[in-house]
Design a protein around this ligand. Structure first.
Ligand SMILES: [Fe+2]
Ligand SMILES: [Fe+2]
Length: 299
């Protein structure tokens, strides 16, 4: 089984990323995977999300999506709240564009299952030595610097409740898989392991690291015993780690755009290519680090 994976394409409005989308599709077609995974953060606007999924849909493979935090930012103009977007709007957009929204449906191929969750953060990634009070994490603010979900998420749950809610659903999905499943691929937007986070020893970066994910999500994946591979996004720095036979990687593209409009090498770096053969992982192409490092950011 061949898998192509990417996340965090953060599509700009007004068709400014038309060429980028075209190049991603071209590259994934070249890989010719059985499964194409996108691990969240296409757009805070649901119409851009749906248009992008429609453009990226590959008719000859199974297309899987997991919403990211940006995708569930509320849209006042459309009367859409974060919870409604996660539980309804994104699922509808996926259905209409030929994608499966994994948090709504696990995907099973023979004895391999794909499970998905947005995941969330419970501040278990925070750097204790910074001695930033707990209230700052709850408020998502430190010395005037705000984690942007402060402006975009309107569900009633605290972050710890949201993490527990999504973890419970993930656990349920794992526990109710058919008996024949031997290998599981997990897709979560937020990070399941602290080791996937890059701390940089400066603020507010290391304050924001607390909003990258939750250790409890990784514990669920590890305790299952069948999870071979975990994809996530959210952190725009690509990393790969191994833990008790589980390989976890982040596959973001990020906000950088080449000023000459040539997306080929950026997209080549961004799309990971993996194969699962006889329950063993073969990593054909994976680039780590910040692939947007030398590129101008464009929003
Ligand atoms: Fe992102
Ligand atoms: Fe994100």
């Amino acid at each position: 089984m061949r898998i192509a994976a990417i996340s965090d394409v953060h599509i700009r409005p007004d068709d400014r990323d038309k060429e980028l989308i075209r190049e991603i599709k071209r590259r994934v077609e070249e890989i010719s995977p059985d499964i194409f995974v996108i691990a969240g953060d296409i757009s805070e606007k649901s119409d851009i999300l749906q248009e992008t999924l429609t453009a990226l849909n590959l008719p000859d493979c199974t297309n899987l999506y997991v919403a990211g935090n940006h995708d569930v930012w509320f849209e006042e103009s459309r009367g859409l709240g974060s919870l409604e977007k996660y539980t309804r709007t994104i699922g509808d957009a996926c259905r209409q564009s030929g994608f499966i929204h994994l948090p709504d449906n696990v995907h099973v191929v023979d004895d391999i299952a794909f499970v998905g969750s947005i995941g969330w953060y419970d501040y278990s990634f925070k750097r204790e030595d910074l001695e930033i009070p707990h209230e700052n994490y709850v408020e998502k603010e430190w010395k005037g610097a705000y984690w942007r979900d402060y402006y975009g998420i309107d569900w009633i749950y605290t972050d710890i409740e949201a993490t527990e809610l999504f973890n419970s659903k993930l656990k349920y999905d794992l526990e109710t898989l058919p008996d024949q499943i031997q290998t599981i691929v997990s897709v979560s937007h937020h990070l399941p392991f602290k080791a996937l986070t890059l701390y940089k020893d400066y603020l507010p970066w290391d304050f924001y690291s607390a909003f990258m994910g939750a250790e409890s999500t990784g514990e669920i994946l590890l305790s299952d015993g069948r999870v071979l591979l975990s994809f996530s996004g959210h952190s725009h720095i690509r990393k790969k780690i191994e833990k008790n036979g589980l390989t976890a990687m982040t596959v973001p593209l990020g906000y950088g755009r080449p000023s000459d409009g040539d997306y080929k090498s950026l997209v080549h770096d961004a799309v990971a290519e993996i194969e699962i053969k006889n329950h063993t992982l073969h990593l054909h192409h994976f680039v780590d680090g910040d692939i947007c490092e030398d590129l101008p950011y464009s929003f």
